[in-house]
Design a protein around this ligand. Structure first.
Ligand code: NDP
Ligand code: OXD
Length: 314
């Protein structure tokens, strides 16, 4: 019985060492090396090549090495076995740090002061809005969205959230589905996207959505922070909204194409902050520990945790 590591873009040998330390009795094999396909009971994947997981007759589960599973469902030949993802307090905390940091940057007009410093301008503008007067709207109220909402509330922001299914969360204004979208956007000065990429959410952050955001709030116009997935956003529409002045700024951690191509206009746009899809890196050791624990659960006949629903795509 073995664990197959199927990943692209990561140092697979480092992962082999991590899993070997966690699961000393389980051989760890690597896609691309010769191995007995019948021996593979478990797969740990990050962006495995399309179709590479078919023909594993004893496969019992696939583990995403990240919180997102869109990279798995992108494989049209993904085996029909349970799929589990990473839910890790360390990752969640890091994402909330990112969201709070960038909301505070907009609240405290830091991009403007960065520019003033570059231009040696001393403009001690006294128009500093209070956090309570700035409405943050979080799209996606799952593990990450709910934690970010709580931490933004601690900072004093007026926070609301939007999800697929209706939710009641103490102290949080909640909206759901397409019915709740218009009212949610209309009360949003900073839109934070922490949605998964699914067929329903692909291209959601487009011209129509951006046009629905609140104009005339205390920040002088709306801002966008997307740390969900690049496929959620239509980059041409974000640029057009910035050009039109209906969007004041955007912080993007994720992109339609990653790495972001060097000729992308997003890199040099003065109102855009680019981070290289690292809003919430998790400790690799923590991920290996988590997945090893999941394998031990299965081996002990216990149910998997953090299983995703292939029908919903997250
Ligand atoms: P969860 O599955 O816990 O939460 C997803 C949330 O999105 C849920 O509230 C869900 O609604 C909502 N949602 C899904 N589809 C829709 C829809 N069609 N309309 C409205 N709401 C919808 O995921 P996590 O919070 O753990 O992670 C979210 C995403 O963050 C990941 O999928 C990944 O893409 C991204 N991510 C990015 C990282 C980075 O470094 N940039 C790091 C880690 C994750 P409901 O509650 O009703 O089910
Ligand atoms: C993830 C990510 O999904 O890092 O974990 O994007």
């Amino acid at each position: 019985m073995s664990l197959l590591l199927a990943m692209t873009g990561w140092h697979v040998e480092d992962w082999r060492a991590r899993f070997a330390a966690q699961l000393p009795d389980m051989p760890v094999v690597i896609l691309g090396e010769p191995f007995d396909r019948r021996s593979v009971h478990y797969v740990a994947s990050w962006k495995h090549p399309e179709g590479s997981l078919s023909g594993l007759p004893n496969l019992a589960a696939v583990f995403s090495l990240g919180a997102g599973v869109d990279h798995l469902f992108a494989d049209t030949r993904l085996p029909e076995v349970p799929i589990a993802r990473v839910v890790d307090p360390d990752l969640t905390t890091r994402m909330s740090e990112y969201v709070v940091l960038h909301c505070l940057r907009y609240l405290r007009q830091q991009p403007r002061y960065d520019r003033q410093q570059r231009e040696t301008i001393w403009d001690d503008d006294r128009n500093q809005p209070a956090a309570r007067s700035v409405r943050v709207g979080i799209m996606g109220l799952g593990e990450l969205g709910q934690d970010a909402a709580r931490k933004l509330q601690v900072m004093g922001f007026d926070v609301a959230g939007w999800s697929r299914s209706p939710k009641t969360i103490d102290g949080l204004a909640t909206f759901s589905g397409s019915d709740g979208m218009v009212d949610f956007l209309a009360r949003t000065d900073i839109l934070v996207s922490l949605l998964p990429l699914t067929p329903d959410t692909r291209g959601l952050i487009d011209a129509k959505l951006l046009a629905g955001l609140a104009q005339g709030g205390r920040l002088g116009g709306p801002f966008l922070i997307n740390a969900g997935r690049g496929g959620l956003q239509v980059e041409a529409d974000i640029l057009a909204a910035l050009e039109a002045g209906t969007l004041k700024g955007a912080t993007l951690d994720v992109f339609e194409t990653e790495p972001l191509p060097s000729d992308s206009p997003l890199w040099s746009h003065p109102a855009i902050t680019v981070t290289p899809h690292n809003a919430a890196m998790s400790e690799p050791e923590a991920i290996a520990t988590l997945i090893a624990a999941q394998i031990r659960r299965l081996e002990a006949g216990e149910p998997l945790e953090h299983v995703v629903d292939p029908a919903r795509g997250y």
